[in-house]
Ligand binder design. Structure first.
Ligand code: FES
Length: 139
């Protein structure tokens, strides 16, 4: 799915929220990947709340939205590292984290502040495992 990227005005000096998806694009328990100005971001729906995280696993580049989301934990499809979707903390094996991004919902549009990742993005873009899965949906 190709998402329309639209900039929206804001009053913050640093925040820059970009329209990333519509709420009905992501069912509860589901996720989409969004390419927002070069950022690979996974947007997850956990019980109607939306969370945006870096979509590339810091291990060796698994595409996280292709994995599973269980009880708010993203499981990387390559080697099953686990990340808290709300905080980005690596739950297993630990000692790393993925960036989270502020999200706001206005009507049926989801906006992501791409200027405010919780940590610097440190993955190597040459080591990205691409999955055939385009979107995870609740089973
Ligand atoms: S690439 Fe994600 S756990 Fe190895």
């Amino acid at each position: 799915m190709t998402l329309q990227v639209q900039e929206v005005p804001n009053n913050s000096r640093t925040a820059r929220f970009i329209m990333a998806a519509k709420t009905n694009d992501i069912s509860p328990g589901g996720c989409i990947d969004a390419k927002l100005e070069g950022h690979c971001i996974g947007i997850h729906n956990v019980d109607g709340q939306y969370y945006a995280v870096d979509n590339i696993c810091p291990h060796v580049g698994g595409i996280l939205h292709s994995g599973q989301l269980m009880d708010g934990v993203i499981v990387c499809p390559i080697h099953q590292w686990k990340f808290d979707v709300k905080t980005g903390e690596c739950i297993w094996p630990g000692k790393c984290e993925i960036a989270t991004y502020p999200v706001k919902v206005d009507g049926d549009h989801i906006f992501v502040d791409i200027n405010s990742p919780s940590r610097p993005i440190q993955h190597n873009p040459t080591r990205v495992y691409h999955s055939k899965a385009k979107r995870r949906t609740k089973r």
